[in-house]
Design a protein around this ligand. Structure first.
Ligand code: BGC
Length: 768
């Protein structure tokens, strides 16, 4: 890092003292003993219009600008959604604006040194308003080097462990604050029902209820009590971007209001109710109106219906895209006008904003009071997070927090709980005495790609690859490794031949296949942001390799590393064991090996259905009753593996599903209980799922909807009774006039181990 001045700890302390004086002429806004509202109003009253516009704007970091200036063209800048620089505005200009108090926030600042340096510049400005640093800390702050990389959200959701989601968010907040970062662009609470879309991995999957539960705990974990050890959460992307036409990121979304309200809104509403204080709008247009200029979304629903108290941030270049992509504004200034008047508060990111905002106010098109509203919301967060008192982080102690033992242990535990065992003909757990010589191959066998999208390159010692995990867990086994490289699109036929030849001479084969999502290889990825697929098959020579290895007759186990469901029907029909590890994070290799060798009994359940082929899209479990009235011809209409499905090394038996009553009043409640027994020989954790169906209703309702779940630990032979409570909110839907209603009539209760009918016990009750 080449900053002109590196901050010493003494300088950090001295500067912090300057920025929060306590003497008698200390302005109210610098007096920490004053209430936040008073501090906000005092500061606002001192600000020029230019300074206000600056608080509403964000820039990418200096190092980011410098790196990109060197290799990107303006055309690449226009289309690339991970990189940026500002042609004609070099990093020095950005530094100058920071000193002048014209920049309120930065993103893509990747080191504590740079964050402190920029903050030092902000402390030279007239009002010394601290910078708020935003970062995509999606599964830990591992988009920056030297931070804990937890599994991505799709795997975390497969644990159905909401406490774990909370814990990871808390730990991430601590690592962020240790780097002087204050605002994570997470959780992504979109409901992902189209596996072609490359961003499924950063969501909690396909079910609105599970997404809401995981999202709420993440928000609470990040934000804590919104103090100096917490960070601001950002629920995103509002809304519908997870279901773009043809599955391509940012393409139009066309959804009925019923579907928006029943499927896509609940997780956002839950996030707002949990206290989320920032929200990011989505790239896409929704029913003909870009989300970034959508007054219905940002103002009527978010503020009017849900009483959202935080601020709205735009997504990458999306205000500009109102003009240059959606073409509903004739120029960028008009786009900015539309966006602000629809409810936008903060602009990610760019150089024309400040000038345009000031002009629009001076021309009388935007009232200054509207600008004040947004600035108030932003300053409120800066005060609450203690930025005025603590604008810097301490480089001497930063590594006491980041990657500390406790965080690493959580990353390992989360990986263990999120890896899904899909098929096991009895070969697993592996017997190390039987399989002495084991072939390991596949693009994800020995690669840091297992950490998933939104991960920067990390030091080798901070990631255990699957091969390393196997060697660690089964030291007596001879692992024969054939490296297929990391790039599925450029696999070598010779390497495949070599693996096949060696496979026949081993006792067992482990093929680690799947997708490539490392952002550092942006244009070569097959999964992740802006990386959408028109099929869901294994890319490159992977399928051929698996089939040929299987044909050797030596037993073959397939492990998938992926950020999206893959259609692996042939593999599922042919190989004896199949695991979906999702993107298991820094200790994914160890966790996969522990599961393969039975040191850990798998417990995860799919947070997203795995289809047989892309043609089944959307293969969701909570579809409407008429969905397969006319089933597909030639191929089945059932998924390969349904939502909620996952195997264990033990067996669970469900019995005695009972209800506390056969009737429930529309404002009452009802208890559901079921017995779950571990009838096998291994201790395990079963994820018990409760689904409901409204039998007859005035509008069509899904065949089942997840309404509760519980993780139950069971020793061999142990039986437990699991109890759920059904409350009216779980029965509610929108009537013909779009009003919430609990309708009298019969409801079916389904409890079991997956969303598949055969795995569920049923009972019913009546709402009177
Ligand atoms: C993504 C956002 C992300 C932002 C900043 C955009 O391309 O859609 O989710 O927060 O970039 O990295």
């Amino acid at each position: 890092m080449k900053f002109s001045r590196q901050l010493t700890l003494a300088a950090v302390v001295a500067l912090a003292a300057v920025s929060c004086g306590t003497g008698s002429d200390t302005p109210i806004y610098k007096d920490a003993s004053q209430p936040v509202e008073k501090r906000v109003e005092d500061l606002l009253s001192r600000m020029t219009l230019e300074e206000k516009a600056g608080q509403m704007n964000q820039f990418v970091g200096l190092e980011h600008i410098r790196a990109n200036e060197a290799h990107l063209t303006p055309e690449e800048l226009r289309t690339n959604t991970a990189q940026a620089y500002y042609p004609g505005f070099p990093a020095d200009t950005i530094e100058q604006w920071t000193k002048e108090g014209l920049i309120g926030s930065f993103l893509h600042v990747l080191t504590i040194e740079e964050a402190n340096y920029l903050q030092e510049l902000a402390m030279q400005s007239r009002l010394q308003i601290p910078i708020m640093f935003g970062i995509d800390a999606i599964h830990g702050n591992c988009n920056c080097p030297d931070n804990t990389a937890y599994p991505t959200s799709i795997g975390l959701a497969s644990s159905f462990n909401t406490e774990l989601a909370y814990k990871i968010a808390r730990q991430t907040a601590a690592e962020m604050r240790a780097m002087n970062m204050h605002w994570t662009f997470n959780p992504n609470v979109e409901v992902a029902r189209d596996a072609r879309w490359g961003r499924c991995g950063e969501t909690f999957g396909e079910d609105p209820y599970l997404v809401s539960r995981m999202g709420v705990e993440s928000v609470k974990g990040y934000q804590g009590d919104m103090d100096s050890d917490d960070v601001l959460a950002c629920i995103k992307h509002f809304v519908g971007g997870s279901q773009p036409i043809n599955g391509t990121n940012g393409s139009p979304t066309d959804l009925s209001e019923r579907t928006i309200r029943e499927v896509f809104f609940p997780s956002f509403k839950a996030g707002v109710e949990a206290g989320a204080l920032s929200l990011m709008t989505a790239h896409n247009e929704l029913n003909g109106i870009p989300c970034h200029s959508n007054e219905w979304l940002m103002t009527d629903v978010l503020r009017g219906e849900w009483d959202f108290k935080g601020f709205v941030v735009s997504d990458w270049m999306d205000i500009e895209h109102i003009h240059d992509l959606h073409a509903t504004a004739e120029n960028v200034k008009e786009a900015i006008y539309q966006s602000i008047m629809a409810g936008m508060d903060l602009h990610m990111h760019g150089v024309y904003w400040n000038e345009a905002v000031c002009e629009l106010v001076r021309e009388g098109r935007i009232p200054e009071s509207r600008i004040d509203e947004s600035v108030r919301r932003i300053l409120d967060i800066k005060f609450r997070l203690g930025l005025f008192e603590q604008p810097f982080a301490d480089p001497q102690t930063t590594m006491d927090v980041r990657l500390c033992k406790e965080h690493r242990e959580t990353a390992l535990e989360a990986a263990r709980q999120g890896i899904v065992l899909l098929k096991n003909d009895g070969i697993l757990p592996l017997d190390a005495k039987k399989y002495r010589k084991v072939l390991v191959t596949g693009i994800n066998a020995d690669d840091h790609n297992i950490m998933g999208d939104w991960t920067a390159a990390q030091k080798p010692e901070n990631c255990v690859t699957i091969l390393e995990g196997l060697r660690m867990i089964a030291p007596e086994t001879e692992f024969v490794f054939v490296d297929q490289g990391w790039n599925p699109q450029e696999m070598s036929q010779a390497k495949v031949d070599e693996a096949v030849a060696k496979a026949g001479r081993c006792d067992l084969n482990i093929v680690v296949a799947g997708e490539h999502m490392f952002r550092g290889n942006w244009s070569k990825k097959t999964c992740g942001e802006d990386t959408d697929r028109s099929d869901l098959d294994l890319v490159g020579l992977q399928q051929e390799m698996i089939e040929r290895i299987h044909a050797t007759g030596v037993p073959t186990v397939v492990v998938l590393v992926t950020g999206r469901p893959l259609s692996v029907e042939w593999i599922s029909n042919n190989v004896p064991a199949l695991i979906n590890a999702w993107e298991p994070g820094m200790y994914g290799g160890q966790a996969v090996a522990e599961i393969l060798y039975g040191k850990v009994n798998p417990s995860a359940k799919l947070s997203m259905t795995m289809p047989r082929s892309v043609g089944q899209t959307q293969m969701i479990y909570n579809h409407k009753p008429s969905q397969y009235f006319h089933p597909y011809v030639v191929k089945p209409s059932t998924p390969l593996y349904p939502f909620g499905f996952g195997l264990s090394y033990t067996e669970y038996e469900y019995s005695d599903l009972s209800l506390s009553s056969e009737e429930m009043s529309a404002d009452g409640s009802l208890k559901v209980s079921v017995k779950v027994a571990n009838t096998g020989k291994t201790a395990g954790t079963e994820i018990v799922q409760l689904y409901l169906r409204d039998r007859f209703s005035q509008v069509t309702r899904p065949v089942k909807e997840l309404k509760d779940f519980a993780r139950v630990e069971l020793a061999p032979g142990e039986e437990k009774t699991v109890e759920f409570t059904i409350t009216p909110d779980k029965l509610m839907f929108l009537d013909k006039k779009m009003k919430p209603i609990v309708e009298p009539g019969e409801f079916i209760v389904m409890v079991g181990s997956s969303s598949a009918d055969k795995d569920l016990l049923t009972a019913s009750f009546w709402v009177k």
